[in-house]
Every structure is written in C-alpha cells, then in structure tokens.
Design a protein around this ligand. Structure first.
Ligand SMILES: [Zn+2]
Length: 140
C-alpha cells in the first residue's frame, strides 16, 4: 500500500508577530526561528552564562531550583521547565540544541511551542533583578 509521508518545514519565524520587520529569513530546516532571532537568543544566553552571580546563586531541590539575589535578598523559584532551561544554558548549550532538548524533554507538540516557552521564560528572567542590568535580548 503506497503511503504519503509529510513533514512541515518552517517558513515563518515564531516571533514574526511580536516585532514586525525585525525578522529575517528562516534558514534552519526544523527550527521556526529567523536568523535575527537566533542571534538575539545567542546573545541573551551568553549574558546569562557570563553572569557569575546567577550561576553561584542556583540551588536545586528535587526537580526545582531557586535563584537567590544576595544583594536584594530576593529568592526566585523556578519550576521544572525553568530549572531545565537555566541548567542547559549554564552547561553551555547553544540555542538550537536547547530548543531540541526542550522539545524532547517536555514532549511539546512542536518546536514552535518550545521556542515560545523559551522566549517567555527568558523574558521573565530578564525582569528579575538578577540580570536586569544585563540588557534585553530584544534590544537592537
Ligand atoms: Zn524572527
């Protein structure tokens, strides 16, 4: 019996709706992110990785983790997904592998969902006083 198998190649950036005009072509065959946003993500990940105070303040408990700001005394609790993302970033994962890992670990329906989760989380992290001074990944 002949069968037709299909897969969808992403042609549109997940973040195209959020910042009109910023997106460039989608080059990756499985990842629905344009080059501009991949580079943006790489910069944010690099900033987080270089934030020594963030690395030092990470405490794990079960599947969850806490980030403690010694200066302000604020404790941030991360859920399982947040913990996973922070650990992957600190371990040196690049954005594409990170999204693949999230897609596999949390069985998201698509990589689009993983990308949205990741950007949503990074947005939250950047609102905290832990890396507030490090800038925004959307700045350019
Ligand atoms: Zn884009």
């Amino acid at each position: 019996m002949p069968k037709i198998k299909h897969e969808t190649i992403p042609i549109r950036c997940v973040l195209a709706d959020e910042k009109a005009g910023a997106c460039t072509a989608v080059e990756h065959t499985t990842l629905p992110l344009c080059k501009f946003h991949i580079e943006d993500l790489e910069r944010t990940i690099k900033r987080i990785r270089e934030a020594d105070h963030l690395r030092e303040s990470l405490t794990e408990k079960g599947g969850e983790a806490f980030l403690f700001n010694r200066k302000s005394g604020t404790v941030y609790a991360l859920n399982t997904t947040g913990t996973f993302i922070v650990k992957e970033i600190l371990s040196g994962k690049n954005p594409i592998s990170l999204i693949e890992d999230m897609h596999e670990a949390f069985l998201t329906d698509s990589r689009t969902e993983a990308v949205r989760d990741l950007f949503g989380f990074l947005r939250e992290v950047q609102k905290t006083d832990l890396i507030a001074s490090l800038g925004n990944y959307e700045s350019k």
